[in-house]
Design a protein. Structure first.
Length: 200
């Protein structure tokens, strides 16, 4: 798996038969950004990859830290204009408690051990901070190393980590448009959000 992502970091997504919606779709990046509101936030993106979404959020004046285990991915993210980059393991985040207003797992949770990754997100989140989880849904084919998780499993892992799920959306994300749809069968992206309790 590491070799696969190092190759994408070196050559880019256009030379791969795999993709992420956050890299491929400007409309999806705009939709995700719209969910954060207009206040400037300190954001951690776990599994930032080549950084297209994170650069978009930085351009909107959020302070965005991109974290990824692949040095080559981070090098490409830097070439894409992202500045705050950290090579680290999502299960051992190198940040102090209550460092971030938002932690994002954008198309990365299928590679992580849950709920351990969410427990670490809880630790680095500020009180009332938010977690956003996005993953593939519907009939989207995923890499053999990626565990395709449904709403119930994601919500259960969030709850076990102390992050009760607050909302979810099924989206049909295309390169130039994003629409909300009523069910998993009609969607290609699932988004789940949760909020850290003030007393956690």
């Amino acid at each position: 798996m590491t070799r696969f992502y190092n190759r994408i970091g070196t050559r880019g997504w256009q030379n791969s038969d795999y993709f992420t919606f956050s890299a491929r779709s400007p409309a999806y990046r705009r939709w995700l950004a719209s969910q954060l509101g207009t206040r400037r936030l300190q954001i951690l993106s776990v599994g930032c990859g080549t950084g297209e979404l994170e650069k978009h959020l930085s351009d909107l004046h959020h302070r965005v830290f991109g974290l990824d285990p692949s040095r080559q991915m981070l090098e490409r993210a830097r070439k894409n204009g992202l500045e705050l980059l950290v090579q680290a393991d999502a299960l051992h985040l190198p940040f102090a408690e209550a460092s971030f207003a938002v932690v994002m797992f954008v198309e990365s949770i299928g590679y992580l051990r849950l709920p351990t990754a969410f427990e670490e997100a809880l630790r680095v989140l500020r009180a009332n901070g938010r977690v956003f989880v996005t993953t593939y849904s519907g009939d989207v084919e995923v890499h053999t190393s990626y565990a395709k998780l449904g709403l119930d499993e994601i919500a259960s892992s969030l709850k076990a980590a102390g992050l009760p799920a607050a909302d979810h959306r099924f989206l049909n994300a295309k390169r130039s448009s994003v629409s909300e749809v009523p069910s998993d069968d009609e969607s290609n992206v699932l988004i789940v959000s949760a909020r850290k309790p003030r007393q956690a």
